[in-house]
Design a protein around this ligand. Structure first.
Ligand SMILES: Nc1ncnc2c1ncn2[C@@H]1O[C@H](COP(=O)(O)OP(=O)(O)O)[C@@H](O)[C@H]1O
Ligand SMILES: [Mg+2]
Length: 259
């Protein structure tokens, strides 16, 4: 058996009286495409925040490729090979897309011998431009981030996360705010790139059609626990999931594309 790419053991997190993660034992193997579902407040973002170093767990363990990441800052975890999509708005909205990508790339390379070394080497520029082209957004390279339309920003967001050449990528609701017509195109692009780079993916998604089409495995969260784990067919057929997740606000025939 190969080492899991990500493993959590008895992972817990509370916020005061709220238990956002309760004894989560998750094992993800290299190459899996995992969808995370669950209604609002189920603990999906808390899970992603903990495994990417943005939120310390209350207790439990997190192993990336067999090595503990507990206590490491997000930057160190990115350098180990686990990335999450950047919220573009949190980067530098007044810099261009390419400038933002170069900063992300330089940060992923580790401590620099001198702050004043040039960032825009020909090699880095080529890498950044190739990634943008792969996502069909190269025309926005010289646009300031704040001027890029929402749909393209989503793609740039994910392209930026790939610039550190991660082996695992975590995406929190990659299709949120994207129109129903654009969702499948966006996910086709993302999945093509992900396969090309051989990256293991875990993403939170409300749209059950997207989950059904793109993932090999689903984790259903409810109230800080994983209540079902299996193929989309298995999880969608699970009575608990139908009652507690799909029946509550998303995924039913009528409400499919809402949330
Ligand atoms: N920083 C925080 N402070 C207090 N409570 C939080 C915080 N983050 C999350 N929670 C609570 O933890 C629970 C899980 O939240 P979250 O992980 O954001 O859920 P989801 O992403 O599934 O909607 C919710 O009850 C939420 O209110
Ligand atoms: Mg969330």
């Amino acid at each position: 058996m190969s080492t899991p790419i990500l493993q959590t053991k008895s992972l817990c997190r509370s916020f005061g009286a709220v238990t956002a993660a309760r004894d989560l034992d998750v094992t993800i193997n290299p190459g899996e495409i995992v969808g995370v579902i669950g209604s609002n407040g189920a603990g999906k973002t808390t899970f992603i925040n903990m495994v990417t170093g943005y939120l310390p767990p209350s207790s439990g363990q997190i192993l990336f490729e067999g090595r503990s990441i507990l206590g490491k800052p997000p930057r160190a975890i990115i350098r180990m090979g686990m990335a999450r999509s950047f919220q573009v708005a949190q980067l530098f909205p007044e810099l261009t897309v390419l400038e933002n990508m170069l900063i992300a790339l330089v940060a992923a390379e580790g401590p620099r011998p001198s702050f004043f070394l040039p960032m825009a080497s020909a090699k880095r520029m080529r890498q950044a431009k190739e990634l943008l082209a792969e996502f069909g957004v190269e025309r926005f390279g010289d646009s300031v981030v704040s001027a890029v339309p929402q749909g393209a920003r989503k793609l740039i967001d994910i392209a930026m996360a790939l610039i550190s050449t991660p082996r695992m990528l975590l995406l929190d609701e990659p299709t949120s705010g994207v129109s129903v017509e654009e969702k499948f195109g966006l996910m086709d692009t993302v999945m093509r790139a992900v396969r090309h780079h051989g990256v293991t993916v875990l993403f939170v998604e409300h749209d059950m059609e997207i989950v059904e089409r793109y993932v090999s495995r689903v984790l259903a969260f409810y109230s800080g626990e994983i209540i079902s784990d299996g193929t989309p067919a298995q999880v969608f057929a699970d009575e608990k999931v139908r009652e507690l997740v799909i029946g509550h606000g998303h995924g039913t025939e009528k409400k499919r594309n809402m949330a």
